[in-house]
Structure formats: C-alpha cells, structure tokens
Design a protein. Structure first.
Length: 449
C-alpha cells in the first residue's frame, strides 16, 4: 500500500501531539509513581535530652546526646559540627547514624558532650541518586560550655570594638576584687592599647600592660579559648624567619627545655590555639611595643598574678603549693581550664569610654584611623561632630603615635575646641621611658643638622 507524503506527515504529527499531551498530564493518582521522590523531602535533625537555653541554643541534659535524623531515601550521612569560636572551620564528627528499627527514614547516633562542646550541629545527607542535602543546623552546647557560648555570641556582636565602649557598658565599668570559686571569667586583649584585662562576673578584676606581635607577625584578632595554663613550658621553635633573626642558635622543631636559656617563653604560658600564646616578656621594655612572634607578652610578676587569680576562681585545679614549687624548679605543671577561658582579642583604635574619646595608634596599619571611621564611631555613639571639619579630625588622629594616645572629653567635641582641650597621654608606663630615651637622640640629630 502506498501512502502520500501528506498522510505520513499528518500521522507523525498526531502521534507527537498525543505524546506531548501525555507528558504534560498530571500523574495518575492510581499510578505506582509517587508525586515527590523521597530525595527531595526536607531532612530534619533533632537532639535529646536537651533544654532550651539563650539565643535558641539547646543545652545538653546529660553527658551523652542522641541525634535523630529524619531523611527518607538516604543512602548515607555524616554529622558536621562548627565550634562557636572556629570561624568557618567545620569538623566532621566520627559518628555514623544507623537506621532506627521499625521506622522508615529515621536514623540515630549518639555524641559525647565533652565539657567544651558548643556550636552548630547538622547532618549532610547523601541519597541513592548521588544528590546531597543538609539539615538546618541546631545550636547545641554542653551545660559546662553554655555560659562560654553565650559570652562568645555576645562579644562576637562587638566585632573589633573595645569591650570598654560606652555603648556597651553604659558609660560605667564596675570593678571587683577576685572571688575564689567564682568560675565566670574572661580575658580581653586590646591590641592598640597594649592592655590585657581579667573580668569576673562581668566586672573588671585587674588590667595589665602587655607587648604584642610584631607587624610582620601580628597577634590574631578575634575570639580564642584557653584550655590550660602551663608552668615551666618547653619551647618548640617554629619554622619562621623570626626564629632565624632572633634565635640563631636553635633549629625549627627542636624541643627547648624550660631551664634552657634559649627558651623565650619564661616560667608560664597560656596557649590560645594555633600556636598563639600569652607568655613571659623578656624585659620590661617589651611592654607597649610590637615585640613577639604573634604572642602576648607580660611581666613575670603580672603573669604569676594573672594565672593565680584564674586558678583561684576555678577552684584551684592546681594548688597554691604546686604553683609556688614550680617557681623554684623546672618541672612541667599543667592546670586544666574546664570549661575553657574565653579570650577576646580586639583591635579598636577609636574608643569612647566614660565620656572620653581615646584615639590609639593603628599599630598594625589596618587603616582604621581615618576621618570617615572616626565620624562613623562618633555617630554610632550619639555624638554630634558636625561642627568639626575634616582637617580638625585628621589632626586629632595624627596625635596618636607609637608612644601616646590622644584623649578628649566628648563634651569638648561639640564645642569645637577638641584640639585645644584634648591631651596626649602615654600608652603604657614604658612609653614614658621610650619617649625619654628617644628625646636626646632627636636633640643631637637636630643639632647636627
């Protein structure tokens, strides 16, 4: 039988139309196909036993928490954890959820709530077709770490700003004598002010002068946690140009004992993670200067005072007697900090404290002391600086230098007499010494000219 080309084309068009209609039609409710593949069902993670804490945080009700993940169609999964002070760092917990018996799509695993556990926890799901989805994270903390996590959340909102800002303190900072067995402690380190402060229950206990990392080896700005204090520490030199320049008689990776004169750490160190430390200064002249390989340096007497206060507040995990003995020997002594001690390292060169604007030097050349930043700081603190022109603000900023800060009452900013009313103040007690030593040299240099 012979068909015309027109009939053939008409037949093909009819078949194609039928197929298109079938493809566009909704699925038959009686069909074995499901309207939605389990792959696309939103997975969910939950924890038990927990109680509700601040900032939507779940507080573990026991030493072990069970995680339940609802994810129909999952082929495998892993549990991910981001500690509160870890930035973008994510840890894969070595726990493999298993399918719960008698239930479809529900998986379970248990995690040990170590004392410093605090952060976001979620599950990454892999399905049979290779697709991956993640649950929404839950904020989870052990009971011991919850106060630290709350403090981290509160302080992180301040960013680089000083803990002494009037907008955070209300213009008044309460002080206190240290109380034993009151474990709510934290440390703040203000780099441009060369200042370390110990706080207890939100009140200032004591402030110490410090030295910090050199420009090429700056102290890391941000939140840190100290988990131990070590008396008579050994030193392992890093593989760094700094070691070659200042310690030519040691090798990177070499273990330098506590009694070795080449050991620059002194009698005490407080590790802050990632090789950053608080440790003993080599000399008083370290204070108020950029002197170290990314560490905080303190006088030995101040370091002893600080660490003994911390031990007292934490119930003496190492005794007074042990500490006194460590001062006279070279035996390593470790005091555990459980929960960890929060250390907030900030970088604020423009601070309004107690109604006084203090301008500090931009010691790390972070371009913070600009007229634009100063106007923004004043505005955020409710100070009207409209009568001050840019040239005046620039002169104020230029008054802050390596040895001095510039201070002026906020009331004088609004009356257009800031430069005349303000005054330069030494950054630290050692700044006066450094300035006095530098002055004769400048004079001799001027006479030679």
């Amino acid at each position: 039988m012979v068909y015309s080309a027109r009939k053939v084309f008409a037949f093909i068009a009819t078949v194609m139309a039928a197929l298109l209609i079938q493809a566009c039609a909704p699925p038959d409710s009686n069909s074995n196909q499901t309207a939605q593949s389990p792959t696309w069902q939103e997975p969910v993670i939950a924890a038990t036993p927990v109680t509700q804490g601040e900032n939507n945080r779940l507080i573990a009700g026991s030493d072990t928490v069970t995680l339940n993940i609802t994810a129909p169609g999952a082929r495998s999964m892993r549990i991910l954890y981001r500690p509160v002070d870890a930035g973008d760092r994510v840890v894969a917990l070595k726990k493999k959820p298993t399918a719960a018996s008698g239930t479809s799509g529900i998986f379970t695993t248990q995690i040990k709530m170590v004392p410093d556990f605090a952060g976001d926890v979620w599950a990454e799901i892999t399905y049979a077709d290779g697709a991956k989805k993640e649950t929404k994270p839950i904020s989870l903390a052990s009971a011991a770490a919850a106060p630290v996590a709350d403090a981290l959340a509160k302080d992180a909102a301040h960013g680089d700003e000083s803990e002494r800002e009037d907008k955070f303190t209300g213009g008044h900072i309460a002080s206190t004598s240290l109380e034993e067995n009151q474990p709510d402690l934290r440390i703040t380190v203000d780099v441009p002010a060369f200042r370390l402060t110990l706080w207890q229950n939100g009140k200032e206990v004591k402030t110490y002068e410090i030295g910090v990392g050199r420009l090429e080896f700056p102290l890391a700005i941000g939140m840190r946690r100290a988990t131990q204090i070590i008396w008579n520490p050994e030193w392992v030199p890093p593989d760094s140009d700094w070691v070659e320049q200042s310690h030519s008689d040691v090798q990177p990776g070499e273990h330098i004992d506590a009694d070795d004169p080449r050991n620059p750490l002194g009698k005490v160190k407080i590790p802050l993670g990632d090789a950053y430390l608080i440790h003993q200064a080599a000399k008083p002249g370290d204070l108020g200067h950029l002197v170290s390989h990314g560490c905080v340096r303190m006088l030995q007497s101040d370091l002893y005072d600080l660490t003994e206060k911390i031990m007292a507040a934490r119930g003496w995990p190492v005794s007074r007697q042990q500490i006194e003995e460590s001062k006279n020997n070279t035996d390593r002594l470790v005091g555990k900090l459980n929960p960890p001690l929060l250390v907030d390292i900030n970088y604020d060169t423009q601070v309004i404290e107690g109604g006084v604007l203090r301008l500090y030097p931009d010691v790390y050349d972070r371009n913070t002391n600009t007229v634009e930043n100063l106007r923004a700081e004043l505005q955020s603190s409710g100070v009207d600086a409209s009568r001050l022109d840019d040239a005046t603000l620039k002169q104020m900023l230029d008054r802050a230098n390596a040895n001095e800060l510039f201070a002026v009452n906020v009331s004088d900013l609004t009356s257009n007499k800031a430069l005349a009313a303000g005054q330069s103040e030494p950054l630290t007690s050692q700044s006066k010494v450094a300035k006095a030593k530098a002055a004769p040299g400048k004079a001799r240099h001027a006479r030679r000219r």
